[in-house]
Design a protein around this ligand. Sequence first.
Ligand SMILES: Cc1ncc(C[n+]2csc(CCOP(=O)(O)OP(=O)(O)O)c2C)c(N)n1
Length: 363
Amino acid sequence: MLLKTFDPLKGKQLRIMDENGEIVDEKNMPELTDDQVVEAYKYMLYARQVDLKAVAYQRMGRLFTLPPNLGQEAAAFGSAYALDKKKDWMVPAFREMAAWLYWGATAKDLYLYWAGSEDGNVTPDDVNFMPSAVPVASQVPHAAGLGYSIKYKGTDQVVITYFGDGGTSEGDFHEGMNFAGVFKLPVIFFCNNNQYAISVPRRMQSAAKNLADKAIGYGMPGIQVDGNDFFAVYAATKEAAEYARDGNGPVMIEAETYRRGYHTTSDDPTKYRTAEEEAEWEKKDPLIRMKKYLEKKGLWDDDKENDYVKHAKKDISAQFKEVEEYPRTSLEQIFKYMYEEMPDILKKQKVEMEKYLAGKEGR
Ligand SMILES: Cc1ncc(C[n+]2csc(CCOP(=O)(O)OP(=O)(O)O)c2C)c(N)n1
C-alpha cells in the first residue's frame, strides 16, 4: 500500500526511477509491459514536440499567450495513463498537455484554443474532460461536484483534477478538498508542484513542509511522488484510483516537478531564478531519464528517437496548418458560450463592441 507506506509527514517521497534511468525501488515498480512503457515514452515525447512547437509558433506571432509544459510531461501523462479514459473524468487546469493529448484532445484542438477559438475546447464524444481552467484552482470545486454526482449516481468512475503549488493557497482548493473529504468522494487531487507560481517560489507559497501534508487536514491520504518519474506518478495514481473507486474517498497526490520553461510566453524566468537552478532540474528531466531506462533495456535508441520526432513534427505541422486555415473567431463566439441564453448585460456589451469595431474599421 503506497498510500500507507509513503507518509508525507514522515518526509517520504515515492521514487521508482532515478535521474539515470535506474530502477531504485524494484518492489513498487508498476506492472507494465515493455510495449506500454515505450508507448508511454512516445506519448510524452509527442507532447513535448507539441509544446516546443507551440512556443515557437507563439514567438512568430502565430498563437497567443500560452503556458509551456516543458519538464512536466511525466506528471501529466503518468497520472492520466493510470486512469480509464473511456470512463473517468479529467478536470484540468492549464498545464497538463500530455494528459489532454492522451485523453483525446489533438494538437489541433490545443493550438486552436491558443489561437483564440473556443472550438479547441470541444471534447470528443466518447471521453469525459472539462475545458482548461485559467482562474487558479476554480477547477477544484468542479471536480468535487463531479465526484458528488458520481457518488450519488453510483457509477463506477473517478475524477482527477490538476492544479499547481500556487493553487493550493486558494480558497477554492480548500472548499473542494474539504467537501470531497467530508462526503468521501472519488476524486484524485493532483498537485503539479512545479516549484513556482509565476515568480513566487514554492518556499514562499506555503509554510507546509510538503504540499501533500495538506491532505491530512481534510481527512484524506496524501502522497508525494517524484513528478519527473513516470513510474512513480503512474503507480501512485493507479493506487489512488483504486482507493477512490472502492468507495474510500479522495486522495491528494503531490508530484514534485519543475517548470523548465516560462510561466507563460509573457514571462521572463531569468528575473526570478538562476541558470544554475535550471541546469540542476534539466538533469532531472522526465524524458531524459525515461530514454536512458529504455535504452538500457534495448527498447529505444537515437535512430528510433530521431525517426519518431521527425514524424511527430510533420504531423504537428499539418495540424497547425489546419488551425491557420480555420475560420477566424467571430465576435458572436466570444459572447455566446457562458450562458445558454445570452443575458441583457452581455447583449449590451456585444452591441458596444460591434460599434467600437465598426468605428475602428471606419477610421
Ligand atoms: C484566481 C486567479 N488569480 C490569479 C491568476 C493569475 N495567475 C495565472 S497562473 C498563476 C499562478 C499559478 O501557479 P500554480 O498554481 O503554481 O500553477 P502553474 O502556473 O505553476 O502551473 C496566477 C497567479 C489567475 N489566473 N486566477
